[in-house]
Design a protein around this ligand. Sequence first.
Ligand SMILES: Nc1nc2c(ncn2[C@@H]2O[C@H](COP(=O)(O)OP(=O)(O)OP(=O)(O)O)[C@@H](O)[C@H]2O)c(=O)[nH]1
Ligand SMILES: [Mg+2]
Length: 205
Amino acid sequence: MFSLFYGLWKHLFSKMELHVLILGIDKAGKTTLLEKMKSVYSNIEGLPHDRIVPTVGLNIGRIEVTNRKLVFWDLGGQVGLRSIWEKYYEEAHAVVFVVDASCPSRFEDAKSALEKVLRHEDLRGAPLLILANKQDLPEAVSSEELARYLDLKKLDERVYMFEAVSAYDGMGIRESAEWLVEVMERSKRTEMLRVRASAMGPGSA
Ligand SMILES: Nc1nc2c(ncn2[C@@H]2O[C@H](COP(=O)(O)OP(=O)(O)OP(=O)(O)O)[C@@H](O)[C@H]2O)c(=O)[nH]1
Ligand SMILES: [Mg+2]
């Protein structure tokens, strides 16, 4: 009996879309990263770098990773746009926070923006992936160095990982996406969002 229910649960889970919020201050490389991720997983070339403009609204990317349907929400990181981020928190299964690892003069801004994200109640328990982007540049710091710079408190029991990536050459992209799927599958927050969506009726997941 248990295996029947477990099989059904696994089946329903595999159909459910998992929402991943991509945050970070302006010019961190969020949109470029999403385009790269789309091209890695769909074999369709993403937008060329010079066609990507600063984000004002919302970019959505649907990607299938190890049979899971992921929906990425990429928001603008300019100071005046950061107040919009919280409107997406409640529905997010996980958060990706992108940092330009080649630009230490902006680490302080990134740190305070991230700390504010982590303090928000609506993101309680959401797994967090912090990306040290632009590793193709020689001045980029490693993920370990970035972790030292950010010196994050209040991570408590949150599941998190730092990963070194390049939205240009694709370094670390697959590792990042696969880690996200793995932790979201096991996360209590995913279970909570699934129960909430099924209580709201069909089509809401
Ligand atoms: N060298 C290098 N440049 C990158 C990389 N990722 C992004 N860039 C460049 O960084 C700049 C900003 O990239 P975007 O993807 O627009 O940054 P964003 O975080 O989406 O910015 P907002 O939408 O304003 O929040 C662009 O000039 C990109 O070409 C990378 O991995 N390596
Ligand atoms: Mg953008």
